[in-house]
Design a protein around this ligand. Sequence first.
Ligand code: NAD
Length: 473
Amino acid sequence: MQIVNKAFINGVFVTPHGTQQLELENPATGETITRVTLADEVDTKNAIAAANAAFKTYSQSSLQTRQEYLQRIHDVMVAKFDQLVDIINNEYGAPQWFTKFALQDAIRSWLVAKEQLKPETFRYHLKEGAEVILDPVGVAALISPWNISLWFMCVKASTAIAAGCTVVMKPSELSAQQNNAMAEIFKEANLPPGLINVLNGNGEVVGNELTRNPGIHKISFTGSTAVGKLLLKNAADTMKRVTLELGGKSPSIIVEDADLEKAIPFVLQVGLQNSGQACIAGSRILIPESREAEITAALKKGVEAMKVGPATNQESAIGPLVSKRQYERVQDYIKKGIEEGAVLLTGGLGHPDGLEKGNFVKPTVFVKVDNHMTIAQEEIFGPVLSVITYKDDADAIRIANDSIYGLHAYIAGTDTARAKKIAEQLQAGRIAINGFVDEPRAPFGGFKQSGIGREFGKYGLEAFLEPKAVFDI
Ligand code: NAD
């Protein structure tokens, strides 16, 4: 068992003032693998003070200095690649290919942030005469979820420190080993004290303090829409700048002219990615009425060919869910789908055969789903897909947009012009046609209750900057 009993504050590992302990299990085996001591309000205040002290100097740092820090963190991560894969496998349990893909992406984020650092981003003249100067917004709280904690930590922190902000990170308390590994990386990269502080702690304690404390000027939050709303209200009193990356119920539209050889693997990849624990999962599959029988048969065959298993098995396509609680939550949704009259095409309640120990869920596809059913409206965050039929393109667009969410959408179709016409009418922050795209320079974020603001590239950087216009008359 690994003991995580330190907080990373002001460049050193300290024993937290908080004494509450939490035990975490390997999601594939149920074995207890971590005991973490959680930080409290006192630790949070200490971290905020350290970040504010560091901000005085760091906010004035040259772009070259920031580039050096970003490069150093990147290099330390590269050297620890295999060790980090093991930690994620053990703690989170995602299939190997997904862990490696996410980790490579996380490592790349430090270089993508470095590449954003051009003088003209921070200071330029408008034709109308004003000089625009973009200052770092202040101390940023970075609050993130467990569906590969380390990835969120890297994407958020790289952008924040590129902008000249100092940070207090509160990643998910369910990811203590990853959080600790990242803190060790920051320590090894020999950054200025207080530039990046990392706390393991509960949302209600550390998260709550971060969202109310006047020493925090910006919150970058990724997590559920329910917590996002609470956080927005709490942050209003001190008028913090807030970026919210929240939930989704993304549609995958199979257009009538789709080639199923390509469309089925695509919609299953995006629907079941990260074992369904993905905000961008294409969890509603919209199919034309005219091809219902053919498409549902192909979906059944495709899902049943996907192997469920632990990260230690290279062939696993779908891993366990992060916790018993998440397993139970997903079971409740499957029950609800059955109760509301949806029809099971494959999967269902309980564990897959032979995988009774961990938090494994049977990959489940419901057909005959009405878009107003709970399983089509609420985010399940597990390997459960809802198939909904539509009459024509306009009907598909109407159903796709009939959601409180608007994070992502996917379209599979042969006629690209037709697919693009559909894309233009969808309310979603990202739309991928005929393939999944992982582009860290394009904006990422949600319409409607999927969030506020954008991350990635120059859009993400600007979210950590405050523009001021100087007129020299
Ligand atoms: P969550 O909202 O429960 O927790 C997210 C983070 O917020 C955690 O660190 C948690 O400790 C903290 N938190 C909880 N209560 C808080 C409070 N009162 N004040 C401040 N912080 C608090 O989400 P989760 O269960 O960890 O993650 C799953 C959710 O995250 C899903 O809804 C998913 O869609 C969403 N998500 C969104 C994106 C995106 O980019 N849009 C990406 C991944 C996950």
